[in-house]
Design a protein around this ligand. Structure first.
Ligand code: URA
Length: 250
């Protein structure tokens, strides 16, 4: 595996500006590798080995970033879009320059836990259909969700395209009351991630999801202190949990 990379790229990732700004820093002798001022901003460096300083301060470098976002409604889970705001538009530049992308998709009108990272391997593993990473959603559903739905979801339902879902766990948190216009409140854990899966599972039993929020993905739980639209980096423990989630399930 290649361990070296261009100095200007590394410094740009570490937040020292654009490549041309970094060129200027190099020109004035502010950047040193192994204690020696460098002349070429395109120098190949090994961030694991070389001590890199800017104005004498050691550059703390990291390659990957892992962000937990409480996705609000109205933004799309994409890196760019011609019409809508994307989840990346919610991030400050200091995070965006790592070029993270969303791990999987939530619908435009779905809220909740979305992991953003530039770690392609982790993303691939979490999304792999073979890994069956459980995802738990809170939903509000028109009408009355009852025991028959619990049984149907536990057995697997047939979606509109003929797909048979894997067994899923449905918990009724509060019964709905159509007379009062009150939806049922439920929690659903699914082990797969088909397009619009939660909405289509309820559709399969003749019901309509009117609010949807993802609460967890594997061992990662949405931080209840993050308001919709807010985000933070994962803690080391959260990251270790996620890595274990996918390593433990080959
Ligand atoms: N299921 C859905 O229907 N929508 C989502 O956004 C996520 C899961």
């Amino acid at each position: 595996m290649k361990t070296t990379q261009r100095l200007d790229k590394l410094l740009a990732h570490a937040g020292f500006g654009t490549r041309s700004e970094i060129k200027k820093l190099v020109k004035i002798g502010a950047v040193a590798v192994g204690g020696k001022a460098v002349k070429d901003s395109g120098l190949q460096v090994d961030p694991g080995q070389d001590v890199i300083t800017v104005h004498g301060e050691r550059v703390v470098y990291r390659e990957f970033i892992y962000i937990m976002l409480n996705k609000p409604q109205g933004v799309v889970s994409a890196t760019e879009d011609t019409r809508d705001r994307t989840v990346l538009d919610l991030l400050d530049d200091e995070y965006r320059h790592f070029q993270p992308f969303p791990v999987g998709r939530l619908d435009k009108d779905t809220e909740g836990l979305l992991l953003l990272t530039n770690d392609g391997k982790l993303a691939h593993n979490l999304l792999s259909p073979r890994k069956h990473v459980p995802k738990t959603y809170y939903a509000e559903v028109e009408g009355i969700v009852d025991e028959s739905d619990i049984r149907a979801f536990a057995a697997g339902v047939t979606l509109d395209d003929g797909y048979e879902t894997m067994p899923a766990k449905l918990v009724i948190l509060a019964a709905g009351d159509p007379a009062l216009g009150k939806p049922s409140k439920i929690e659903l854990t699914i082990m797969e991630g088909k397009f619009h899966q939660v909405k289509r599972m309820f559709q399969a039993v003749g019901k309509k999801v009117v609010f949807l929020k993802r609460m967890s993905m594997g061992s990662l739980l949405l931080d209840e202190y993050l308001a919709a639209g807010q985000y933070r980096e994962l803690t080391e423990a959260e990251l270790a949990g996620l890595l274990q989630d996918h390593e433990g399930k080959k």
